[in-house]
Design a protein around this ligand. Structure first.
Ligand SMILES: [Zn+2]
Length: 308
């Protein structure tokens, strides 16, 4: 097994690096592992995917999505279902986004998928733009009247002077090979006083850090993710970006989901026992995980100073 010479985030030497797992979900080569850096606390894939491997991987994912289409209108139907299925996710995010939505803002979402976050924001009077590489999703977003570009570079080419009050991305950063460059580019596209708000998985996920469920370990560490951040390593990353920032905690999955992982060793249990347990129990469970920091989601908020 190849060993890293230094941490790809903080450059700490070999003596600080140790193996987390050799179970890399989706790695056909079998040559990869996840490592932990004792200096900055980040977990990372090594060796990293080459650009060519990365392009091949995402092309295959997209084909999988296409293959699941049922009939000519299947893709569009799936996209409509995506909006409905993601409404609880949208409402969860709106709770912490609300303080940043005063007035009529220019909002950009990087990786907007079906656009489920953006339509209600546009209806509330904000000017929304999406970045979405998937053709099906970006066509759908345009059909709903919002501008959508295939990449940040495509947007910068089409509108070099476009500046935003708010840039959003949810579960994108952990897919990005150079997260400092990714955030620095977005900081340059913000208006003074603007914010970047993003979500990532927390490497302190309780299914791993509390219960240590073997089936979850084999599922969690994905070849699609160069990085897994926790609070210390995310704070380290944000220091490198160099703008004022803070980190919030959140919990997406409920007690039912965790019970199904423990019982059956698989995902998909969300809401399964809620009727019997009561929603108060589900909410209290999520809040306890947030309070102790063993929660599945971190929210980063980067603020751009007024004086730039
Ligand atoms: Zn490090």
């Amino acid at each position: 097994m190849a060993l890293p010479e230094r941490c790809p985030l903080c450059s700490a030497g070999r003596e600080s690096q140790s193996v987390v797992t050799r179970h890399v979900f989706g790695d056909v080569s079998g040559a990869r592992a996840f490592f932990h850096c004792g200096a900055c606390d980040v977990r990372y894939q090594f060796p990293a995917l080459t650009e060519e491997e990365e392009a091949r991987f995402y092309a295959a994912e997209f084909e999988g999505f296409m293959a699941s289409r049922s009939g000519e209108q299947g893709g569009w139907l799936k996209t409509e279902q995506h909006l409905v299925a993601n409404e609880p996710t949208r409402l969860r995010r709106m709770k912490y986004m609300a303080p940043y939505l005063d007035g009529s803002l220019d909002i950009l979402e990087v990786g907007c998928s079906s656009g489920f976050m953006l339509y209600p924001l546009a209806e509330a009077g904000h000017r929304c733009t999406g970045i979405e590489p998937s053709g099906i999703f970006s066509e759908f977003v345009r059909s709903r009247g919002l501008p959508a570009h295939a990449s940040l570079e495509a947007l910068q080419k089409a509108s070099p002077t476009a500046r935003f009050d708010l840039i959003l991305h949810f579960f994108v950063l952990e897919h990005i090979a150079d997260p400092v460059a990714f955030l620095t580019t977005q900081l340059a596209m913000l208006k003074p006083g603007g914010q970047i708000i993003f979500e990532i998985p927390n490497a302190a996920d309780p299914l791993y850090s509390v219960y240590d469920i073997p089936a979850f370990e084999r599922f969690y560490w994905s070849v699609a993710h160069p990085w897994y951040f926790n609070e210390p390593s995310l704070n380290y990353l944000l220091e490198q970006v160099g703008s004022e920032a803070r980190v919030l905690r959140d919990q997406r999955y409920d007690l039912s989901n965790h019970m199904v992982w423990a019982r059956d060793g698989r995902p998909g249990g969300m809401g399964r026992f809620t009727e019997k347990l009561g929603s108060a129990a589900e909410e209290a469970y999520k809040q306890s995980l947030i309070d102790c920091g063993m929660c599945d989601t971190l929210v980063g908020i980067i603020h751009k100073s007024e004086n730039v």
